[in-house]
Design a protein around this ligand. Sequence first.
Ligand SMILES: *Cc1c(COP(=O)(O)O)cnc(C)c1O
Ligand code: SF4
Length: 343
Amino acid sequence: MIPLSASTLKTESWQQQLAGAFSRVEDLLAYLELEGHFEPAMKAASRSFGFRVTRFFASLMEKGNIGDPLLRQVLPLGAELQDVPGFSRDPLADRAAHEGNGLLHKYHGRVLLITTGACAINCRYCFRRHFPYVDYQASPGQWQSLLRQLQQDAGISEVILSGGDPLILGNARLGRLLGQLRQIPHLKRLRIHSRLPVVLPDRLEAGLVELLERTGLSTSLVLHINHPAEISRELVDALAPLRRGGIVLLNQAVLLAGVNDTTDTQIHLAEALFQAGILPYYLHQLDRVQGAAHFAVQDATAVALHRSMQARLPGYLLPRLVREIPGTTSKQPLPLSQNEQPM
Ligand SMILES: *Cc1c(COP(=O)(O)O)cnc(C)c1O
Ligand code: SF4
């Protein structure tokens, strides 16, 4: 086999790069010169939630470092197979909140649309690792009924495309969906939640940028970047046309033990995001999903970390520290107020 060089990567389309992603732990470890760290439990863990890492994301990792913060986010571990009390398969009760057709309507004025269950990489801490996507995502055939539902509810002013990763959809499908959303007069804002530009910057090709600029809606792109090493030159360059097109760039991160749970890393992340034209939006406390307990940071530790960030950052670079609590009407800021504490 001819080894992939940086220049072969460049000439491949984003779809080819997606298809060429690492799908076996051993291959990623070999690429990182970490063969000796392979354990059979990693295979077992990746049977419960698939292993998937783009070569571009792997290229941002440090070779020979098993503790690399990017590697840690995607490396399956035996610990995932342990049942830990308090960690469940559906921590956000999404199955109950689901309206059918891929629509999640939990918060006032905005709906979240699950466009696909697929992602370009599989993050081990993901709260959707057990979510039965096939039953919940909006298939193209269901879009008509879903659009009718949006049309009939004048209280909805914002649609959030989420997933999975909505940018996995090709431009043709996205374009059709956006064209239909544009026809709904009460819709004011479009938001896209995506990690794809981070792990595959070539996805932000000119055709997509044009689509996003032509929506006729105030549009924001909420990226998902957890560590400053994820902000590559390629990502910054690919985002520039979006910024010029007036698309607001925000970031949500998840607080992860061993990845980004120090004040210095968080400060560095906030500053590097701003340098790239992205504002920190949320810092999420981990959703307590089975298999992700080894990433959890105690609430008290998280609050102390957030306070020390606040002492060092300008207000506009301080992300809101939040936890999602099923049944509430927004993300809940930490520390939780008295009436939100469990009795
Ligand atoms: C997180 C979330 C949103 C978006 O919340 P914002 O606070 O507006 O960012 C909307 N709908 C659902 C179901 C969510 O989980
Ligand atoms: S939904 Fe986001 S966090 Fe979950 S696997 Fe996909 S990219 Fe990662």
